[in-house]
Design a protein around this ligand. Structure first.
Ligand code: AVJ
Length: 323
C-alpha cells in the first residue's frame, strides 16, 4: 500500500515581493540578506553536508542528546500528538523519533518546498500509515498555521524546532516567535515545544564550526549569490566573493558575511550597487544561548514549565517547554 502525503503549499511571498526585499538589503549602506536565502535546492543540500563535517558539532551533539533522552522526553509529551516540524528539511530528525514519540500525525513545514516534497514522499513510503502533510511556508516573520491543515481540536500539538535554528533570530525576535509558538500549541491541553539550542562556548570551537577546513560552509554561504542571481536577476560572480564566519563575543553570535575581493559593481534590471574591496554583505547571525538565558526566554514567552537536556560538555541543549 502506498499513501501519498497530502501537500499544502503556502506561497506567502510573491516573487516581486521577494525581489524587492532582497534588493533593498543589497542597496542598504551596510548590505545584508536574510539567511532564508541560503536555502535554494543546492543550499539545502549543502546544509545537509555541513551537518556531516567534523567541525560542525551541533547536529551530531543534538542527535546524541535525543538518542540518550528521547524515552524520557516521550513521557512528558502528550499521547497521540500532532508533531509539527518547523524547518523540517530532510525530515530525518523527526523521523528518527517516530518510534519513540509515536505521533498520530506529522506536519512538516519548510521554505524549501521542492526539497521537502522529495524527502516527505520517501518517508511516507516507509511509514505508510502515519498521516503526513507538507507545508511550503516561510514562518520567519510570522507563524500562522494554515486552516487547511484542519488540526483536530482534540489532538495536542507538539512543535518541533531542532537544530538551533532559533539562533537566526535576535533575542527580541526570538521572544516574539516563541510567543507565537506558545499560543499555537496551547490551543489544546498538553501541547508544547521541543527545541534545540546551541550554547555559548569558546570562540575557537565556534569559528571552526562556521568556517570549516573543507570549505563546505563557505560554499553554502557563497551559493546565496547564485540564489540572488536566480531570484533577482543580479550578476554576482562567485570568484569575486569570499566567505567570512566570525564569532561576535559581545553579542554572543556567529556572523556570516560575504566579502568583496575587489572593487566591483553588481547590476540588475533597474539598478546597481558598487562594492569596494573588503566591503561585506551580512548573510546570517547564529545566536548562542546560556541554559539560564534560554530558560528565562521560554518563561517570558509564556511557557509554564521547561526541562533542559544537554550533552556532557554542555555544547548544546534540547528544551521541552510545556505550553
Ligand atoms: C540552520 C540556522 C541552525 O546557525 O548553525 C550552519 C545554519 N549556517 N552553518 C546554524 C548554518 C552556517 C545553522 N542553522
Amino acid at each position: 500500500m502506498t499513501t501519498t502525503p497530502q501537500f499544502i503549499q503556502i506561497y506567502q511571498a510573491q516573487a516581486e515581493h521577494i525581489r524587492e526585499e532582497l534588493l533593498s538589503g543589497l542597496r542598504a549602506t551596510k548590505a545584508y540578506a536574510s539567511p532564508k536565502y541560503l536555502y535554494n535546492e543546492l543550499g539545502s543540500k549543502l546544509f545537509e553536508a555541513i551537518t556531516c563535517i567534523p567541525e560542525y558539532y551541533p547536529t551530531r551533539t543534538e542527535a546524541r542528546i535525543f538518542d540518550e533522552h528521547a524515552h524520557d522526553m516521550a513521557k512528558l509529551l502528550p499521547h497521540g500528538c500532532v508533531l509539527i516540524d518547523l524547518g523540517a528539511g530532510n525530515c530525518e530528525k523527526a523521523v528518527r523519533l517516530f518510534p519513540v514519540f509515536q505521533p498520530a500525525r506529522y506536519v512538516a513545514v519548510d521554505i524549501s518546498v521542492d526539497f521537502l516534497k522529495v524527502a516527505l514522499e520517501r518517508w511516507q513510503r516507509q511509514f505508510p500509515t502515519l498521516e503526513m502533510t507538507g507545508v511550503g511556508m516561510d514562518f520567519s516573520s510570522q507563524l500562522i498555521l494554515p486552516a487547511d491543515l484542519a488540526l483536530k481540536p482534540t489532538q495536542a500539538r507538539v512543535m518541533f524546532y531542532p537544530g538551533s535554528s532559533i539562533g537566526n533570530f535576535t533575542p527580541e525576535e526570538a521572544l516574539l516567535f516563541l510567543k507565537q509558538v506558545q499560543s499555537a500549541c496551547s490551543v489544546v491541553d498538553g501541547g508544547g515545544l521541543l527545541i534545540g539550542v546551541d550554547l555559548v562556548k569558546s570562540k575557537g570551537v565556534l569559528e571552526a564550526a562556521y568556517d570549516d577546513a573543507l570549505g563546505i560552509t563557505a560554499a553554502f554561504n557563497r551559493n546565496m549569490l547564485l540564489h540572488f542571481n536566480t531570484l533577482a536577476g543580479t550578476n554576482f560572480k562567485l570568484e569575486d566573493w569570499k566567505h567570512i564566519g566570525l564569532y561576535n563575543t559581545e553579542l554572543n553570535r556567529i556572523e556570516m558575511h560575504l566579502e568583496a575581493l575587489r572593487d566591483l559593481t553588481v547590476t540588475w534590471e533597474g539598478g546597481e550597487r558598487h562594492f569596494t574591496e573588503g566591503e561585506r554583505i551580512h548573510t546570517e547571525n547564529s545566536y548562542k544561548w546560556t541554559l539560564k538565558g534560554f530558560e528565562e526566554l521560554l518563561k517570558q514567552a509564556g511557557f509554564s514549565a521547561c526541562k533542559a537536556y544537554t550533552d556532557t560538555e554542555q555544547k548544546f541543549a534540547v528544551f521541552w517547554a510545556k505550553a
